[in-house]
Every structure is written in C-alpha cells, then in structure tokens.
Design a protein around this ligand. Structure first.
Ligand code: CTP
Length: 407
C-alpha cells in the first residue's frame, strides 16, 4: 500500500457562506462552489433575488449539497432569524460575483435582503469579488463604495481584465478561482511571514548548445512553486526566479523568468540585497557548453560527439559569501547517496543557515512528483520529515524558517 502523505493544506472543514448576486458571472460561482465542495469545505449559498435570474438555486443547492437561502421572510421556525444563524455558523463570507448594487448596499449598511442583512450581522472575515461592466466599476460611486468596504476591513479582490460579457474590454471580470482560494486560505493561516521579503529560485536551468539543443535536468519546479505559494499565503512578499517550467503562476507572487544559470545568477544578484530570506530550490546546471554554436550542429561534425563544458556560477555559494547580517539563506541538497554528509558539506561550504536534503532516487521523493520526503539540517539540528505533499513539505520548511528567525 502506498504510504499516506497526511492532510494537504486546504479549506477542508471550513464553512464558507457563499453570497451570489445578479451578474452574468453568476454561472462561474457554480464552478467555485463545486471546487469548494470537492475539497470538503462546507458551503452555504445565499442568493439575491437578481442572482436567481441568472442561475437556478437548484443548481447551486445540488453543487453545494446544502439548502440555498434567499428569503428574508421565511416563516419556517428554524429560519425566522436566518441572517443571524447564517452569520454565526460561517467561518467567512465570500460574495462572488458582487454586483455594483450589492456593493452599494453593503457600503451603506443596508439590510433589506437576506445577504446584506447577514453580512451586516457577521463578525467574520468578508471577501468581495466585484464583477461588472468596466464603466460601472470605474464610476466614482462604485469606487467610493469599494473603498468603504475596504475601510470596514473587508477584502476586495480586484477584478481581472479582459473581454466582458457585454463585449467591452477592460477590468470587471471575476478573477481566477486559484487567487480567490488563496485569499480564503490566507484568512485561516497564521501570517507569520508577514513583512518578510523572500526570494525563491525554482526549476531547472537550460544551457544552450546550438539553436535547437540544450543541456538541462528533470526539475519540474514544483517544490519551489509550493514554497512560493505557501510563503505568500503566510503573508510574505515573494519573488520567484524561475527557469523553464510548465506550471501555473502562484497568485500574488512576482515572477522573474530566466533560462540559463548565468541569467538566474544575474536576476538573483539584482534582487538579493533587499531580501530577508533567500531559498535556492532551483536545480541549477553546474556546467554549460563552452561554446553555443550559432548554427545547428550537424551529425557529421566533430562537435556533435564531444561537448566542451565550463563551470556555471554557484548562485547560493555566491550569496553565502556576501550575505548581509539578518539575511537567512536556505539551500537544497539533491542527493542520491550520503545524504546527510553531503547536506552538511553544502551547509558549510555555501555558508547557509538551513539545508533541505531530498532523495532524488525515491519514486515519491524525486523529480516531477507531487510528494517529497526531506530532512531539515541546520548547524546543530537534523529533522527528518515524513512523506508529505510538496505543499505540506513547504509549510514545514517555513515552520523551521520561522523558528530560526525567532531564535
Ligand atoms: N546551487 C546554486 N548554483 C549552482 C548549483 C547549485 O545556487 N550552480 C544551489 C541549489 O539551488 C541548491 C544548492 O545549491 O540550493 C545545492 O544544489 P545541488 O545541486 O544539490 O548541489 P551542488 O552544489 O550542485 O553539488 P553536487 O553537484 O556536488 O551535488
């Protein structure tokens, strides 16, 4: 039997009060509700009267697995005070899509429908996802109302840009679910990296040989991306310097794309000084072809058999040599043998605070898999973690970093 990897950090068990209002984007709420239900969050849907013109309560009830609420004056004895019970039961309120009308109601403390009354009664975090025509969004009335909501402590997620349902182009679309999910997760996550500037390198580098070929390695970038996503969730300001990978950008993370080790070193070099924490999760190629041919190497040419290599810079060692006081450096050690001795060698030689040792030969710990099993090594401590998802592993690495920052 495959070993268990423990719970994935997520929204399971959280109770989300999901307000849906009357926008054409209401159909997207159906997909979001399904995603929440799939990860075993509890979802209670409250629809405004206008929302029911766009999507059926039956659909949202079936997807959430719960009764959909909407009637302020329900005479059922258990639902007479629905706005109070709903606001007390939920862990947070998400309103998506939020129309200009609902935003105006909330901004002025109105309580003339079940959703606005429930939000007014709620002492839980409120997340608003506006969706509307660009002109409505940019109207001073809507802008003022959104500012008031921010002033109440609500989180307003900026609408995405693109072609809107009315055909106009501009801001006003619902954002991607990934961003909204991360915003919800952050509400339930201790912000113990708030105010920290973190630089993470991730993925492989690619060292060109000619216009068609390159030397590279099997790194997928998943571990570095998991570190970036979880650090952001814990409140950090994160920059990801990444080689060629095929992954979706983690929301809220600044992306710097590079190809070669030298490009990665240059990018890191310009950013490093202002960083509080730097994590080298990239599998940087140690060597590059001494010459990159301008023309394709033909199979009859001598160069096709023998490639002369020269050393690439060691980015983490360079940073270790000039780290400023208070800056924390975390390296990885990808090993097939002598794991701990090699990890310790890298800790010392590269002048790092923490080395994350991982076994590259294990079928669930090597390259391009969703799980990892690592050992966290500092100058005076060795901690072997169990097999975990890469996100859960990333969280445990940040736990250790937070401990080191506090000591
Ligand atoms: N690293 C780096 N620049 C390099 C090589 C590695 O910054 N040119 C960083 C990696 O991002 C990682 C750490 O150094 O944080 C160790 O990388 P690893 O590939 O495990 O080891 P190497 O230093 O390349 O040593 P070896 O090949 O002997 O294992």
């Amino acid at each position: 039997m495959a070993p268990q990897t423990g719970p994935e950090p997520g929204l399971q068990g959280r109770h989300i009060l999901f307000g849906v209002t009357g926008s054409i984007a209401a159909f997207k709420a159906a997909g979001w509700i399904r995603s929440l239900a799939r990860e075993e969050a509890r979802v209670t849907v409250v629809m405004t009267r206008a929302a029911k013109q766009f999507i059926s309560p039956l659909t949202l009830g079936a997807l959430s697995g719960n009764r959909v609420h909407g009637d302020m004056f329900d005479h059922h004895p258990e639902r007479i005070m629905a706005h109070i019970t709903l606001s007390r039961e939920a862990d947070c309120v998400l309103i998506a899509p939020a129309t200009a009308q609902t935003i105006a109601r909330l901004a002025h403390g109105m309580a003339d429908d079940l959703l606005s009354a429930t939000v007014l009664a709620a002492d839980r975090p409120v997340v608003i996802c506006p969706a509307m025509n660009t002109n409505m969004l940019h109207h001073p009335a809507t802008r003022d109302n959104l500012e008031r909501l921010r002033g109440f402590g609500y989180t307003v997620i900026a609408p995405a840009c693109g072609t809107l349902a009315c055909g106009d182009k501009g801001a006003g679309r619902l954002p991607e679910w990934d961003l909204v999910r991360e915003t919800l997760l952050a509400l339930f996550t201790e912000q113990d990296l708030a105010g920290r500037r973190i630089l993470i390198t991730a993925g492989p580098t690619r060292e060109p040989l000619d216009p068609v070929r390159y030397l590279s390695n099997r790194s997928s970038g998943r571990m570095g991306y998991a570190l970036a996503r979880t650090a952001r969730r814990r409140g950090a300001e994160v920059t990801l310097v990444v080689g060629p990978v095929h992954l979706d950008d983690p929301p809220g993370v600044e992306m710097v794309r590079v190809t070669t080790a030298v490009e990665m070193e240059n990018a890191v070099g310009t950013l490093a000084e202002r960083m509080d924490i730097i994590v080298g999760a990239a599998a940087v190629a140690d060597y590059r072809p001494a010459v990159c041919q301008e023309r394709k190497i033909k199979k009859t040419e001598a160069a096709s058999r023998c490639i002369e290599l020269e050393s690439n810079p060691d980015i983490m060692a360079g940073l270790g040599g000039r780290r400023r006081p208070g800056q924390l450096l975390v390296g990885f050690a990808a090993e097939s043998h002598d794991h701990e001795a090699e990890g310790r060698r890298k800790l010392v030689e590269k002048n790092l605070h923490l080395v994350v040792i991982n076994d590259i030969l294990g079928s669930r710990t090597g390259f391009d898999v969703e799980t990892n099993q690592v050992t966290l090594l500092t100058g005076d401590d060795v901690r072997r973690l169990p097999l975990l998802s890469k996100e859960a592993t990333a969280d445990r690495i940040w736990d250790r970093v937070v401990e080191l920052l506090r000591s």
